[in-house]
Design a protein. Sequence first.
Length: 350
Amino acid sequence: MKSEANVNDYEWQMEIGSGSYAVVYRVKKKGDKENCGMDVEMKQNDNIFALKEINKKRIRQNQKELSIQREKQIMEKVSHPNIIKFYNCFSDQYNIYFILEYCVSDLSYVAKNRLDKNVITFIASELFDAVDYLHQNGILHRDLKPENILMGKDGHMKITDFGSAIDLGQLIKDQFPSQLIDSQGQVVQNNNINVIHAPQADFGKTFVGSPLYVSPEVLQNEETTTSSDLWALGCILFFLHVGVPPFGGQTQFLLFQNIISGRFNFNIPDAYGEYKKQQQLNIQSNDNEKNNKPISQIQTQSQEHHNQDAHSTNNQDQESESFSSISSSQLEKEQDWECLERDLETEKDT
């Protein structure tokens, strides 16, 4: 941590997200790069960051002090290309500030455009790699959903928001013998180690936001395991392929019952037909919606790339390059920080 940093060292450009007790802004580092403890990695980031402003009064009112502390500790601990980077933390009389890696969009917006299957495979591989890294380091995210998966400026996925996460390694140090932790502080594989029972009080404070991707055991206040994160990833992949989450309900109670019983929204073979209907609804309802970054050209570009290199055996790497180049080229055109108009094209039947 660099104690000399403060909020006045940044030029606030625009609000890019908000929650019940925090607001996220796009900011630019101003003045001398040598000030405020900027490291080499930060200097190479074009001075653009995401600043998360956390209101102290609100976190006290919502009893989120432990959640904020846990989020900070976990983000300082992890280092993975598909997990949001944590650069700095400081505070003043009213707020706590996190300086984070800036990303251009989130997965919920990316999925508003029909994605090529190769793009979905690319996204899935990055997410599973990041979640596996977390689990190998004894961390359960517990709140994976499209809104908590961001797209970096290079087109790669970044998992964020660790406010509901649990570091099992730290808990195990308090509850289990020390020999269960290796020299790097990682959890030794054991059937009983990657499980934690969430008390009712903790469940009530951490179960917030959209319940569409929550696992049955969380709803029933049972053991929270690594499987809960895998359940959420499965629901996210369903959403990417189909356009809507796998479970729904007219009320939250019915939604919970459908998740617990495993009742899907519709039959899988009809998924893409349903997706087209949902796609049209999304287009109509979001014409005037403010978004950070459209990537509607991904499918067209990736398909052209695939056709030109039909004899290549490295389709996934090609898709990654296409995904990144589109994101980077559009970013260069965003000089006035205003959202670009979406250019959605009606998909032709193949």
